[in-house]
Design a protein around this ligand. Structure first.
Ligand code: SF4
Length: 413
């Protein structure tokens, strides 16, 4: 690594992450669109070595029209369940074999890594749609502790950042942008609190964020007094990070009446609608078939079994939440989508927990970390790589008036 190689903050599991290649239970070169960045597309256009040149012309297509911000320049489009056309019989990549690792697109060379930039601070974490990343991230209590990792790029300008927020000016008017780092630390502190399990911590985080978003919106509507906004943020932290409050928060959340029938019908209804409308990947369909078997059995048993696992290994579901904060909520540029991003995170968690509970209801089947890893990466694959899944689930919850903080406890409880 070079003299100017950037150093990123990254969860500890990234130190040991390595693609397991042909040993992978669900290879990432199957069944989704592979984004190709512009420089890579142009490089591929210039290739004249056969048969690779013909394969590249046949399978790499430039996206039509002007490319919207965040959209890919070109793509290798794969049908559900279909392997990448560049894999040979030994399932090795022919682009890599013929042209070297430097010829791979950012997506192919970097997946499942997600890079963030906040001011001048780089960050890195992994999408848990990769089974190996999910295994490492969920397996140990310290897997998501943040460490400094030197990135394999000669300088910061070469890192393919997925999310970025510029430096914060001292007069920055948006409360959330001004204190995004503090807010992230506060959410992490709640999630890590030993008196709360992941679901309870999520409810407390939701209440705190709702208060912060309200302060930011109210102060802006009244002319934008930054001192008043800072005081409002400090009050929210004082209330929700208060040790006495946190010590008793689990009891409050546990005392909520969770209508299980409503929870099951909302989450399973949204899942089934997606399956009918869009199919889903084979691993998702398999998982849902098992979930349906579990739903027909003793749900109280599943609840107890999952609760016992969660009590013995609380870091598993908490690590999922912490990793999700790193890759979907921060860095932030403003208050605007704070609550909706959080609701999307909460719904993903609710789906994972709901599927796990159904799997745990099957008394004759093993239940533990392996099932958590499987459900996490299967859900992440369908959600992160199918842009229709989350909007559909969120719309379905909205139609049922369930996309509110008050209903959050019902969904994740
Ligand atoms: S999903 Fe992860 S472990 Fe599997 S082939 Fe892709 S990068 Fe490697």
């Amino acid at each position: 690594m070079g003299k100017f190689s950037p150093v990123a903050q990254a969860p500890r599991y990234m130190q040991s992450f390595q693609c397991v290649g042909s040993a992978c239970v669900e290879n990432c070169c199957t069944g989704w669109q592979v984004s190709i960045d512009k420089p890579t597309y142009q490089k591929y256009q210039a290739i004249r070595i056969e048969p690779l040149a013909s394969l590249l012309r046949q399978h790499v297509h430039k996206n039509a029209g002007s490319v919207a911000a965040g959209a890919s320049y070109a793509a290798i489009t794969l049908k559900t369940g279909q392997a990448c056309p560049f894999l040979d019989e030994a399932r090795l990549c022919q682009i890599h074999a013929g042209l070297g690792a430097q010829a791979l697109s950012n997506t192919c060379s970097q997946y499942p890594r997600i890079y963030t930039l906040e001011g001048t601070q780089a960050g890195m974490a992994a999408s848990l749609s990769c089974p190996e990343a999910a295994r490492l991230a969920l397996a140990s209590a310290d897997a998501v502790e943040l460490d400094s990792i030197t990135l394999p790029f000669a300088n910061l300008s070469l890192v393919p950042f997925n999310r970025r927020a510029g430096p914060v000016a001292s007069a920055e008017p948006d409360l959330v942008r001004r204190h995004a780092r503090l807010l992230r630390e506060a959410l992490m502190a709640v999630i890590k609190h030993p008196a709360l399990n992941a679901a309870q911590a999520l409810v407390v985080c939701g209440l705190m964020l709702r208060q912060v978003a309200k302060v930011a919106t109210d102060v802006r509507a009244q002319g934008g007094d930054t001192l008043a906004a800072d005081q409002g943020l400090s009050d929210a932290f004082e209330q929700y990070l208060n040790p006495d409050f946190l010590a008793h928060a689990a009891g409050h959340v546990q005392g909520l009446n969770i209508p299980r029938q409503l929870q099951a019908s909302l989450l399973m209804g949204a899942t089934q609608k997606f399956l009918v409308d869009h199919g889903g990947r084979p691993s998702f369909r398999e998982l849902i078939a098992e979930v349906q078997t579990g739903l027909g059995l003793d749900s109280a048993k599943g609840e107890q079994r999952l609760a016992a696992f969660d009590a013995a290994q609380p870091h598993v579901l908490k690590n999922y939440l912490l990793n999700s904060l790193f890759i979907t909520m921060f860095p932030r540029n403003d208050t605007a989508a704070l609550e909706s991003d959080f609701m999307a995170l909460a719904v993903r968690f609710a789906l994972i927990k709901f599927y796990l509970q159904a799997l745990a209801s099957r008394p004759d089947q093993a239940f533990g970390l392996d099932e958590c890893v499987r459900v996490t990466y299967v859900v992440a694959r369908n959600i992160e790589h199918n842009h229709r899944f989350m909007p559909m689930v969120l719309q379905s919850l909205k139609d049922n008036d369930a996309l509110r903080m008050e209903v959050l406890a019902t969904l994740v409880g």
